[in-house]
Design a protein around this ligand. Sequence first.
Ligand code: SAH
Ligand code: SF4
Length: 362
Amino acid sequence: MDLSGNLARHELVNCLKGEGPDRNLFDAADTVLRKRVGPTVYLRGLVEISNKCRKNCFYCGLRKDNNSISRYTIPFEEIVDCLESGYSKGLRSFLLQSGELLGKRHIELIERVLKWSMSNLPDVKMVLSVGELRFEEYDRLLHAGAHRYLLRIEASSPELYSKYHPPDEIHSYQARLKNLEYLRNSGWQTGTGVLIGLPGQTEEDLADDLLFMRDMDIDMIGMGPYIENRKTPLWERMNELPSTDDRILLTLRMIALSRLLMPRVNIAATTALQTVSSDGLERGLLAGANVVMPNLTPPAYRENYNLYHGKAFVGDTFEEIIENLNRRSRSIERIVDISNPGDPLHFSDRMQVQQEESNEKQ
Ligand code: SAH
Ligand code: SF4
């Protein structure tokens, strides 16, 4: 099989089914990575600012109806302490993540943090992953100093999506898609991704997810294995899950195929992948990922941000995390550039095309 960026759907399906040697697939992805984006690994310091959520996604431990966790929102001062401390150690990109909330106070908190960081840490790139908002709020947060937004489509097939989020007034595939399109068209460096190994999902679905992300022209990808959570409705379908090893392999194949199809995007080696595989970090990077998100959330809050069971921690202190990342990346000939904000090159390519198109029209 020709492992170029022109892989057809049936070839993607074959690779996902493991019908070619994985070694060839991962090597091809590594070659593309080194040639088109380079060996650098970029970091984003993750702060899980709130675990409150208005949604009820069937797979997620933060879902509104899960009464077994204590809900928190980290106060402004503590959030900026996390950022300041990460900054003093060299980090230049931070990700604020939370459940989905539309309340005024939540948006104001995010806006305040962004404005603070714009005036106090002007050389950082701020990333948001806070679910679907109103369009004017995306504009407001971009204006307040954010640069990137991650909104996973979760499953690009509307039928599959509605199995994990039965449609009602707040769960809608069309709304999610419109939000993603809005972000991509309004100046955000835009990321998306899917859950891998959900009960009922096929390799064909995953191949379509890859084509969806390519056709959406997105800049960043964050995707990881689905990990079961006892406190969610999907727990009932445990017996339909691929084995953990299969979910790991599927995730690595998805990363490698993304790198082949979309050479210049940023791809994360996610915490979920690191949770199910002790060497998930190295394996994710070797398959073509180039972003890692060390967790800066204060431990007292962290234990209640349980999307799934057994979330991985790569060391306790920040120094340990970085030391660990450096050592593990070096062992596979990759370099962590802690202070590089790491803009996705695909975004500059996309902006250039847009500029050329608008020049042609004039
Ligand atoms: N609330 C926001 C962002 C926080 S959730 C949103 O939904 O967009 C971040 C991601 O965690 C989700 O996009 C989802 O893909 C992932 N996630 C949730 N539950 C999970 C599980 N059980 N296993 C693996 N990933 C999960
Ligand atoms: Fe809420 Fe996001 Fe979890 Fe869905 S995935 S329940 S929106 S935190």
